[in-house]
Design a protein around this ligand. Structure first.
Ligand code: S3P
Length: 495
């Protein structure tokens, strides 16, 4: 049955790190001989973009392989609150239907982006073009994260945005209108900044261009032509012309998330005797820095690019969202240390937590630099990694923009804290598989922000894992969102 998504989100309970939902403790014991095939959730970054562009274009668009976690559900709830009809006939299929962005209505209540920076920043770009006022808020973690990086250029385009700390932090109140295109030289390589401005630029007068210091994920640029909008790229500058009509495709097929795959691949690499296959993963070059680094570390990892016949969608190696897709296979391996920095960082940004875990088992000192952006993620990931991995016996030095991880160091099970950060929860769980004794991860249920099946999948591969809180994770899987009433039974909510 399709369920409409309510426009009213109740206030969410905050866990230890300010993240929605129950904390949950996962207990992980040492593993070996992990074996099997894991299907990862649809790509979270691509899911947000597909939903927003479909809602902006209008018509009826089916999103196949939509990400099942809480973050992607936050985007759907916000769109529903703007008057877009959103239904979810299956956990991984979403139908977006509406009149297009000109028919969006002023939301009756603040839009809740939950834990999702992509929801807040990209939606801010679109809302900046609307003639009504809207408030965007999120959980405690999101309200601590920097928003000035999108607010400042959107103001230069003509949007009125107010917020805490002069508009540097959420909640943000935006009232948009007739924007004019600008050029923005972004000091950070951020796909969220780039995408927010390009989305605003679609409805601005003239050209909007963004230059970034290194190439961040380019899903927005790849998807816009699918919606009828040409994108011009010149090295690190990307531009759109405003005022082009958006044309929605009937269907968007979303590949598996390489950032979710990274944790299972790492588990296979670390646990003796293991072999794990992750099929149908998006292997966009701006997302697979992690695979390149794994290879340089000596990991036995293979990528089988899908040919036309092998693609379930029949769309060939480059799928309908302009994204290449592959099957990934990883086996237990001896690792050596590497140095990681520069332009590689934006291409493995979300994989640094799991890379640090791998580095504890690599011969030599792994040096990660140019990664200060990690300090403004769901938590300060550099500090969190240094402190939590040390609890497991790892030797880690924290630097202003990175980490030194000395290996190989035997890990020993201990209690550690996910700090409300889904990627910390999953990275620590994989560390626990490689540690002696039992590792208890407090607040592990937040893995459902991006991968509600994470702990179930570890068990399927043969790992001995209890928790974190199966009831909460099951509810997330069933509805595609947190079990907090965000999805109402059909007919009871006004989308
Ligand atoms: C994302 C971009 C990255 C990444 C985040 C998702 C996106 O953030 O860390 O998980 O979907 O655009 P930044 O743009 O802040 O670097």
């Amino acid at each position: 049955m399709s369920e409409p998504i309510s426009s009213s989100l109740p206030t969410r309970a905050s866990g230890p790190g300010g993240v929605a939902g129950p904390g949950g403790v996962a207990r992980v014991r040492p593993a070996r001989d992990l074996a099997g095939t894991v299907r990862v959730p649809g790509d979270k970054s691509i899911s947000h973009r597909a939903a927003m562009l479909a809602a902006a274009a209008g018509g009826r668009v089916t999103l196949e392989g939509y990400a099942p976690g809480r973050d992607a559900a936050s985007t759907l709830a916000c769109l529903a609150a703007l008057g877009v009809a959103v239904t979810r006939p299956a956990a991984d299929r979403v139908v977006v239907e509406g009149p297009g962005i000109d028919g969006w209505q002023a939301p009756a209540a603040p839009l809740d982006a939950g834990n999702s920076g992509t929801t807040m920043r990209l939606l801010l770009g679109l809302l900046a073009t609307r003639p009504f006022a809207a408030t965007l808020t999120g959980d405690a973690s999101l309200c601590r994260r920097p928003m000035g990086r999108v607010v400042e250029p959107l103001r230069r385009m003509g949007a009125q945005i107010e917020g805490r700390d002069g508009g540097r932090r959420a909640p943000l109140r935006v009232r948009g209108g007739a924007l004019r295109g600008i050029h923005h030289d972004s000091p950070v390589a951020s796909a969220q900044v780039k995408s927010a401005l390009l989305l605003a630029g679609l409805f601005a007068e003239g050209r909007t261009s963004v230059r970034e210091p290194a190439l961040s994920r380019d899903h927005t640029e790849r998807m816009l032509p699918l919606f009828g909008v040409p994108v011009r790229r010149d090295d690190l500058t990307v531009a759109v012309e405003g005022g082009r009509p958006l044309r929605a495709p009937a269907r968007v097929s979303i590949p598996g998330d390489p950032s979710a795959a990274a944790f299972y691949l790492a588990a296979a690499v670390l646990c003796p005797g293991s072999r794990v296959v992750v099929p149908g993963v998006g292997v966009n070059p701006t997302r697979i820095g992690f695979l390149e680094v794994l290879e340089a570390m000596g990991a036995r990892i293979r990528m089988r690019i899908r040919d036309e016949a092998a693609s379930p969608a029949g769309d060939g190696p480059t799928g309908p969202v302009g994204e290449p897709v592959a099957d990934l296979i990883a086996e237990a391996s001896d690792l050596r240390a590497v140095a990681v920095g520069g332009e590689l960082i934006p291409r493995l940004l979300d994989e640094i937590p799991i890379l640090a875990v791998l580095a504890t088992q690599a011969r030599g000192t792994t040096r990660i630099r140019d990664a200060a952006e990690l300090r403004v993620k769901e938590t300060d990931r550099l500090r969190a990694l240094a402190e939590e991995l040390r609890r497991l016996g790892a030797r880690v030095d924290e630097h202003p923009d990175g980490l030194d991880v000395h290996g190989p160091t035997p890990l020993r099970g201990a209690a550690c804290d996910a700090r409300g950060d889904h990627r910390m929860a999953m990275a620590l769980a994989v560390a626990g598989l490689a540690a002696d004794g039992e590792t208890a991860i407090v607040g592990a249920a937040c893995a459902a922000v991006s991968d509600p099946d994470f702990f179930v999948n570890l068990r399927r591969l043969g790992a001995a894992v209890d928790g974190p809180d199966d009831a909460a994770a099951d509810a997330v899987r069933a509805t595609g969102t947190a079990a907090d009433g965000a999805i109402q039974p059909e007919g009871s909510a006004s989308p």
